[in-house]
Design a protein around this ligand. Structure first.
Ligand SMILES: [Cu+2]
Length: 584
């Protein structure tokens, strides 16, 4: 049978009402080859339960689930339950939690549901997730939702590429800018030359060229068609409402590599949950959802008209529109994509900093063989970096041949690249002067991590037992992504002790944001709120920034810890975490 239990069995609902212990319910999932049609292109892919529309698993907090996964593929598969707290053998990562599910085999997962909220599930095998193997999980809390709504919809984003995941990865390995269609053109040069003068414009390009990076390298895969719940803009996923109703949208980003800026033009979105955990409600006009994150928002459309749900990629190369409407067949308006952001020197600050303390070859960038003689940086655009008081005079560029470099015009008194989490309002988790700091399309409020506060503390606040530095590193040219300069194959596991509280210091030394995901245990983002710091499963670390999280090590066994961009994970930004001790 190619369906899951979309409706809650009545017995369970009654059972809970009568205080009977939770019973085990069985859910069936098949993993199938499917033909995916985006309206823009068709391709062979993978789908759960025979469909390109992601399946939704509805669970109840407190129940024991039995999930039978039948693999109809001709290759091994797996399902990871993203964000769920469960025994590590049920976590679904081949090579770490179990051996995977062989072709034709049915694997039975069994675990208790100890939490509530919006989560998702996906294959952790090869590139099956970008090929379509993902779905949603909605867990109803025991006592009902903290903020009730009249309607409840999953809004699951993905970035569907005409190429298979394996092909995308091959192309990126062959040439890291293979999919970067936004490389700046001669026309841009002419325009920039008009604005900054030809010399400055040329020098800007020379610098970026030397870095082997483009200022538009915000998304390393472009040319995809974004989908909401398996539907492209033209296929127009639609959620129905009656005017005045409160509508809960469970936003999930199941993209391979794409961050989306999400808004419902004309409506405030009240964020009530992040990564499955309730937060103090905060009304915003727009939010950025990193890959693998979830946000629950409540909107209240009051007019009997079609509203659009807009997901615009952070690099502004693609947009998707879904619709909220009083009846089927109505279509929300389409909006013009905003101009693409440009990375600034602040965004590559992490790399500069990497040079400072760890030497060139670990900085994620190979500058050996660069000839800097005669390089004149006087025209270098540091205009975004006038953010006060840091002194870059200690910045050591040893190892670079700087003979003849003229830094005369470069303002060395501004913009220490790596910054602590504290920062300018609305941009606390970006480097000062970053070109990536998002703004709302209507000029209103844009959600930042600093706006998230736990509704109720999940853990007692206590000092961390120790700090572990995690440097996010890479070599763009060779498309190698790593942690502390070492890719997964060559790395030792990270060992944690059961019962300790670890503080992670993430230092992003690359020019890309990385959504870091620790399996099995919660990630508390240090936003300065103590016990009310938000509790997440995925945290995005912006380029050139340092971000702190804490984790109560309360789950024995071995777990995956990685960047959730599919091609960064495959490129080596991955670690095994072993929790020693604790109950067996
Ligand atoms: Cu990454």
């Amino acid at each position: 049978m190619k369906h899951t239990n979309f409706l809650r069995p009545l017995a369970v609902v009654l059972g809970l009402a009568l205080g009977v212990p939770a019973q085990a319910d069985t859910y069936n999932i098949t993993v199938d080859k499917v033909r995916i049609d985006t309206g823009m292109f068709k391709k062979n892919g993978i789908g759960y339960n025979g469909s390109q529309t992601p399946s939704i698993l509805h669970f109840q907090e407190g129940e024991d689930v039995v999930i039978r996964v039948k693999n109809n593929l001709r290759e091994s598969t797996s399902i990871h339950w993203h964000g769920l707290i469960l025994p590590f053998q049920q976590d679904g990562v081949p090579g770490i939690s179990f051996d995977g599910i062989k072709p034709g085999e049915t694997f039975t997962y069994r675990f208790p549901i100890e939490q509530a909220g919006t989560y998702w599930f996906h294959s952790h095998s090869g590139f099956q997730e970008p090929d379509g193997a993902y779905g949603a999980i909605v867990i109803s809390p025991k006592g009902g939702e903290a903020v009730p709504a009249d309607r409840d919809y999953v809004v699951q984003f993905t970035d569907k590429h005409p190429h298979s995941g394996a092909r995308v990865f091959r192309n990126l390995k062959a040439s890291a800018d293979y999919y970067n269609r936004a490389q700046r053109t001669a026309q841009d040069l002419i325009e920039d030359a008009g604005a900054e003068g030809l010399k400055a414009a040329l020098q800007d390009r020379k610098m970026w060229g030397a870095m082997r990076m483009m200022p538009t390298d915000i998304e390393d895969v472009q040319g995809f068609t974004p989908l909401i719940n398996g539907a492209s803009t033209q296929q127009n996923w639609t959620g129905i409402f009656k005017p005045g109703e409160k509508v809960r949208l469970r936003l999930i980003n199941s993209s391979a590599t794409t961050y989306f800026d999400v808004r419902v033009p004309g409506l405030k979105m009240t964020v009530v949950q992040a990564d499955g955990n309730d937060v103090k409600p905060v009304a915003v006009d727009e939010l950025r959802i990193a890959v693998a994150e979830t946000y629950d928002v409540i909107v209240q459309p009051r007019e009997a008209k079609a509203y659009s749900i807009i997901g615009e990629s952070a690099g502004r190369t693609a947009m998707v529109r879904g619709t909220l409407a009083p009846s089927q067949g109505m279509v929300g308006p389409i909006y013009k994509m905003r101009p693409e952001p440009l990375l600034t020197m602040a965004d590559m600050g992490g790399m500069m900093s990497g040079m400072e303390h760890s030497g060139m070859d670990r900085a994620g960038m190979d500058m050996s063989g660069m000839d800097h003689s005669g390089m004149d940086m006087s025209g270098f655009d540091m205009s975004g970096m006038d953010h006060s008081g840091h002194d870059m005079s200690s910045m050591e560029m040893s190892g670079m041949d700087q003979s003849g470099t003229d830094t005369g015009g470069m303002d060395m008194t501004s913009g220490l690249p790596v910054v602590p989490a504290e920062g300018a309002k609305g941009a606390a988790f970006y480097a000062p002067g970053s070109g990536l700091i998002p703004t709302a399309a209507n000029g209103g409020k844009f959600l930042g991590y600093e706006n998230l506060a736990a509704r109720k503390p999940l853990y007692r606040d206590r000092p961390a037992t120790r700090e572990i530095e995690i440097r996010l590193t890479g070599n763009m040219e060779r498309y190698i992504w790593s942690i502390d300069g070492v890719k997964y194959e060559d790395a030792d596991p990270i060992r944690l002790k059961y019962g300790e509280r670890v503080r992670f210091k993430f230092v992003n030394e690359t020019m890309m944001a990385h959504p870091m995901h620790l399996h099995g245990m919660w990630t508390i983002i240090d936003t300065g709120k103590g016990p009310y710091d938000p509790v997440k499963h995925t945290v995005s670390v912006a380029p050139g920034t340092t971000l702190y999280t804490e984790t109560e090590v309360d789950a024995p066994g071995q777990w995956a810890f990685h960047c959730h961009l599919s091609y960064h994970m495959a490129g080596g930004m991955f670690r095994k975490v072993i929790v020693e001790g604790g109950p067996s």
